[in-house]
Ligand binder design. Structure first.
Ligand SMILES: [Zn+2]
Length: 117
C-alpha cells in the first residue's frame, strides 16, 4: 500500500478537475462511423470489393458475395453505401459487407473503409 501511494497521489492530482484538459482528448483523430461513411466514395469501394458495377444512377448491380451468384443480384447504392440482394435477401452497408464477408471486426472494417474517400 505504502509503495503505491506516491503513484496513486500523482494520478489523483493529474485527474483533478481543475487540471482536466479537454483539448487533449479531441486532438486525437477519432474514427467515427457516420463521418467515414459520409465521406466514402462508395462507387470506388464497391468496385474494388465486388468488381465492375452494372447500370447507371445511384443503384448498381453486382455479383452477390453471400450466395453463389452468376447473374448480378446485389443492388448497391453508390450514393448511400447501402446494398440489398434480390436473391438471398442480405442487406447492409460497406461496413457490414466487410464484417460479414471477410470476418473483419467493426474497427478494422471502419479503417478499411476510411481508405476509400
Ligand atoms: Zn445474395
Amino acid at each position: 500500500m505504502t509503495g503505491h501511494s506516491p503513484l496513486f497521489r500523482k494520478k489523483m492530482v493529474a485527474f483533478r478537475p481543475s487540471q482536466y484538459r479537454r483539448p487533449q482528448l479531441t486532438q486525437q483523430p477519432r474514427l467515427d462511423a457516420d463521418t467515414v461513411k459520409a465521406s466514402a466514395n462508395w462507387e470506388v469501394f464497391y468496385t474494388s470489393q465486388l468488381g465492375p458495377l452494372k447500370g447507371r444512377g445511384p443503384w448498381r448491380d453486382a455479383l452477390c458475395p453471400f450466395h453463389p451468384d452468376r447473374h448480378p443480384s446485389l443492388r448497391v447504392n453508390v450514393e448511400t453505401g447501402q446494398y440489398k440482394c434480390m436473391a438471398c435477401g442480405v442487406s447492409g452497408d460497406g461496413l457490414t459487407l466487410l464484417q460479414n464477408r471477410d470476418g473483419m471486426t467493426f474497427a478494422v472494417a471502419l479503417k478499411t473503409l476510411r481508405d476509400f474517400q
